[in-house]
Design a protein around this ligand. Structure first.
Ligand code: ADP
Length: 472
């Protein structure tokens, strides 16, 4: 079997967060670096230009218009000061004669400064520049009285203070990035753990439920539930879904257990009777005369009917019920069904009255017939004198089209039994019903069919008569 590489949700989330944050931080750092570099370079270039202008200005101030010459002593002091700053200056007078030259003044110092700057720019900042010369005129009364030539490392250079400042900024940026990366990694681990924990819990619960369910009817009860008070909407929804699935499975399991025990119980009694009777006949205790055989036959038919009913109920409750819907007149269906019971009712001296109006309905004709057969058979079965009334009327409730009432003047249903009457195998009086032959499935079948149609079935009884209402 091909093994699929799988990674836990927590690790996946942590990795995704970490990668995303790492990438975002790296991009941010590069951008900040580039921008700081650009801004700093432009500041430095402005500074160099300002310094050059300053040199020209102070040298210009040393021009004496009377002697048409320069104060070389002061110019030397100014020039040497700027040599230390990285500006190698030469001053010429208006006729091109050399006034002062930094190199001629102190060659050693000039070379030292140039090497220092070039070493810093190439070693620390990876720049390969060269010495560049710029010439500036010295103006006096609108005419050029001299030329200042300034030689600097170009295209630009950082002074010692500037390079220290830039290096500190870069160092700070690196430290901040490392701190942010570590912090965000820790946060991503905490965050992913917080998200993954409820998911893992749900998965574990689902596994437990599946395990308990696989145990079948005899297995552990499906009482496992997850805490659904999670602050994340989707995770709370997941927990609720699993809980409702578990509840449904638990209910289904209970129904299955109940059905198994009910069926066993319902079959055991008549089978024991049959077995006893047949054994008695084999042993010669009874003679297998016609009357006894007919009674056995009746019991077998009743059992077959029970199995049939169970089959119908199982298919109604467990399988997806497919309804063959067509439009028909509900009144006609009720009339035909009632006619089937007229003879049996008359035999007991019970009359069947119909109070019907044309009532067109789209539903499954055969299934609904089964509902009314069950209700009418009960009405006739449990009524010894009086009448049974079958009526249909337009519904007054929203969402309901027709309401069918089957009213009898029979023995009524005790109030305590009313809420359970539609439950499978529920009988109001066990001993009484044994004689009437019912096992308590008829109403459960009727209810399942009505519900499959989206309708409701209910009963009211005052202890003397009963009214069954089917709303469709
Ligand atoms: P059964 O096959 O026992 O009649 P049902 O599911 O049809 O089963 O009915 C369940 C129980 O409800 C019956 O056993 C009976 O006690 C009670 N019942 C149903 N219909 C009536 C009625 N019209 N009058 C009195 N009791 C009724």
């Amino acid at each position: 079997m091909k093994r699929i590489f799988s990674i836990s949700l927590q690790n996946r989330l942590a990795l995704t967060y970490a990668l995303f944050i790492g990438f975002a931080l790296a991009v941010l750092t590069v951008i900040i670096n580039i921008f700081t570099g650009l801004i700093f370079t432009s500041l430095v270039k402005t500074n160099i230009a300002a310094k050059s202008t300053e040199i020209v200005r102070v040298v210009g101030e040393r021009y004496n218009p009377m002697s048409r010459g320069f104060d070389t002593v002061i110019i030397e002091a100014i020039g040497m000061y700027f040599v230390h700053e990285g500006y190698i200056t030469t001053v010429e007078d208006e006729s091109g004669g050399l006034v002062w030259d930094a190199r001629a003044c102190d060659m050693r110092e000039c070379i030292t400064v140039i090497y220092e700057i070039a070493g810093r720019m190439e070693g620390q900042f990876g720049m390969s520049g060269a010495m560049r010369k710029e010439q500036y005129p010295i103006m006096y009364a609108g005419r050029t009285v001299g030329i200042v030539t300034i030689e600097t490392y170009g295209p630009y250079f950082y002074s010692e203070t500037e390079s220290t400042f830039l290096a500190s900024i870069n160092r700070l940026l690196v430290i901040a990035t490392i701190i942010l990366m570590v912090t965000s990694f820790v946060i991503s681990v905490i965050l992913s753990r917080a998200i993954a924990r409820p998911v893992n819990k749900s998965a574990e619960a689902a596994r437990q439920i599946a395990k308990a369910h696989a145990g079948g009817v005899g297995g552990k009860p499906l009482t496992i539930r997850i805490d659904d008070k999670c602050q994340t909407k989707e995770l709370a929804e997941l927990a609720r879904s699993i809980n409702s699935l578990a509840a449904e499975l638990e209910e289904a399991e209970c129904r299955q257990k109940q059905l198994t025990s009910d069926v066993a119980h319902e079959l055991r009694t008549p089978l024991t009777c049959l077995q006893g009777d047949i054994e008695a006949m084999i042993d010669g205790v009874y003679k297998p005369d016609r009357e006894r055989l007919e009674s056995l036959h009746e019991e077998i038919i009743r059992l077959a009917g029970l199995v049939n009913d169970l089959n119908t109920l199982t298919s109604l409750e467990w399988e997806r019920l497919t309804l063959n819907k067509a439009e028909f007149d509900l009144a006609a269906l009720l009339r035909v069904t009632a006619e089937q019971f007229r003879a049996a009712a008359a035999e007991k001296g019970v009359e069947i009255h119909l109070c019907l109006v044309e009532s067109l309905l789209t539903a499954d004709y055969d299934r609904l017939k089964q509902v009314f057969i069950n209700l009418l058979s009960n009405a006739v079965k449990y009524t010894d004198n009086g009448c049974v009334i079958v009526s249909v009327q337009k519904a007054t409730t929203v969402g309901v089209e027709w309401e069918v009432f089957i009213t009898d003047t029979g023995i009524g249903i005790p109030e305590v039994d009313l809420p359970h009457i539609f439950e499978r195998f529920y009988r109001t009086d066990k001993s009484r019903n044994r004689s009437t032959g019912g096992v308590g499935i008829g109403l459960a079948i009727a209810a399942a069919i009505v519900h499959a149609h989206g309708g409701t079935i209910s009963v009211e009884s005052n202890g003397k008569s009963s009214v069954f209402k089917v709303a469709l």
